[in-house]
Design a protein around this ligand. Structure first.
Ligand SMILES: [Zn+2]
Ligand SMILES: [Zn+2]
Length: 195
């Protein structure tokens, strides 16, 4: 008898992924702008994932990478798999080099911050602190060499619930066929859309 498996839907409606040290371990943190969206998603899907079955795949392609995540669920009817194409970043490289085969999965809430929202030592995206920005000049950076015209920062709040992930792999698009989750993702979300 052949059991037919209904395909698990792919989900990419989140804003990005953060990589953070927290609780002495690297955390992989898919980011949402609305807390309710994240808590609902956890409650409906991730909560039912079987820890040992959770897979995270990173497929590199030029200066971008595909973040791919999926698992077996004890509630298969509400299961989803995640993917997102993201630019490679310093934090991504740090995770790649430092994860040692294990990570915590948590969801995070991402919020943009303006100068009036932050303490004076908060970092702007330009790399200079809040106190080096001028409230009387549209919050522009005071460093002459800097082109920053307005202080901009962001904050990530991590939700408490977490899962442990021990199946993490970095792949090239050329060997993606050997990995069923990554292959399925690229097939559905990339190759089948190309003509
Ligand atoms: Zn600056
Ligand atoms: Zn700045």
């Amino acid at each position: 008898m052949i059991l037919s498996q209904s395909p698990i839907p792919w989900f990419d409606d989140f804003v990005g992924v953060a990589y953070r040290y927290y609780d002495l371990r690297m955390n992989v943190v898919p980011l949402f702008t609305k807390r309710k969206e994240a808590t609902d998603l956890w409650h409906d899907s991730i909560n039912w994932w079987l820890d040992h079955s959770i897979k995270i795949r990173f497929v590199e392609s030029g200066d971008h990478y595909w973040f791919i995540m999926g698992a077996d669920s004890s509630k298969p009817q509400s299961n989803i798999s995640f993917f997102k194409v993201l630019p490679k970043s310093e934090n991504y490289e740090r995770f790649k080099n430092g994860h040692q085969g294990e990570a915590y999965l948590r969801l995070g809430i991402y919020a943009d911050k303006e100068l009036k929202d932050v303490k004076k030592d908060a970092m702007c995206n330009c790399g200079h602190a809040a106190e080096d920005h001028d409230k009387n000049d549209n919050d522009a950076c005071l460093y002459e060499v800097c082109t920053c015209k307005t202080f901009k920062s962001f904050q990530v709040n991590l939700l408490k619930k977490k899962k442990t992930v021990t199946d993490i792999e970095f792949l090239d698009e050329s060997n993606v066929k050997d990995d069923s989750l990554a292959w399925n993702c690229l097939n559905v979300n990339k190759y089948s859309k190309e003509n």
